[in-house]
Design a protein around this ligand. Sequence first.
Ligand code: C2E
Ligand code: MG
Ligand code: MG
Ligand code: MG
Length: 286
Amino acid sequence: QADMAMYKAKSCGRNALYFFDPRMQSALDERTLLEADLRMAVARGQLRLYYQAQFGQDRRILGAEALLRWEHPTRGQVSPGDFIPLAEASGLILSVGHWVLETACTQIRAWAAMPETRELRLAVNVSARQFQQPEFVAEVLQVLKDSGADPSRLKLELTESMRLEDIEDSIDKMHALKAHGIAFSIDDFGTGHSSLAYLTRLPLYQIKIDRSFIRNLPDSQNDAVVAQTIISMAQSLGLEVIAEGVETESQRIFLERHNCRVYQGYLFSKPVPLGQFEELLNVTDK
Ligand code: C2E
Ligand code: MG
Ligand code: MG
Ligand code: MG
């Protein structure tokens, strides 16, 4: 209470009373500063893609998820958990997301030249705001064309929690991209509120079980049931299922026993810079 300042807001044109917490002001200033920095991050080359391998049976690398990193000149590495929400709220996600697509597609094209990498599929996270742009389909196809990347090497991750405001429009967009060979994955599955009926209408390739259900396997009876249910549902729908955040061998064994055969997590590899990811490929292939 003591640090609450009371303001009379004249600017509202009314004599409204606001209770104002100075800590909120500094949080706002912080956001504004970070947003101004992010605005320039693309142009200044401060964004990087890290690659986290996705593994199949026998530890074979099937592909990777591209994860954005921001090398801030003074703050060091800023976590996407901190700047992606900011980018979404400010609209900067559109230019950031475009950079991610371009960089990922350029990488797909480069990998096509090498036998060890040309079969890889690269997953790119797409935010709701980006996906809902009317130009989204045209944008993706243009980036693919400009980079010369094979569309069937690209996978787009949409998170389940994102509100697909116009379902019909979303389905149309997915079909249009799928027709070119692009695959879709539903990220963080189990954390949103999508109904089964709705899910079956989406032209999906893959479902990604959210890390929160993997964390306490195999001990948590509840999470075990959720994981098993998602796996069997995915199988019934003819979708690939991947577990994210697999950290221990006992989690992997549980998943394997319940027919989940694709994994991503620290047990296998953390997200790493390109060079390290390519090293991982050579090591694992031998
Ligand atoms: P996500 O798409 O669900 O990505 C998985 C997150 O889990 C990544 O965090 C990854 O580093 C982390 N992770 C993977 N395996 C493990 C594990 O075994 N244990 C633990 N504790 N964590 C693991 P990261 O890189 O911090 O990214 C956080 C989120 O930021 C992503 O969640 C995604 O929603 C968003 N994001 C990242 N890159 C992009 C991007 O290029 N575009 C958009 N729109 N969002 C992005
Ligand atoms: Mg993801
Ligand atoms: Mg995820
Ligand atoms: Mg997640």
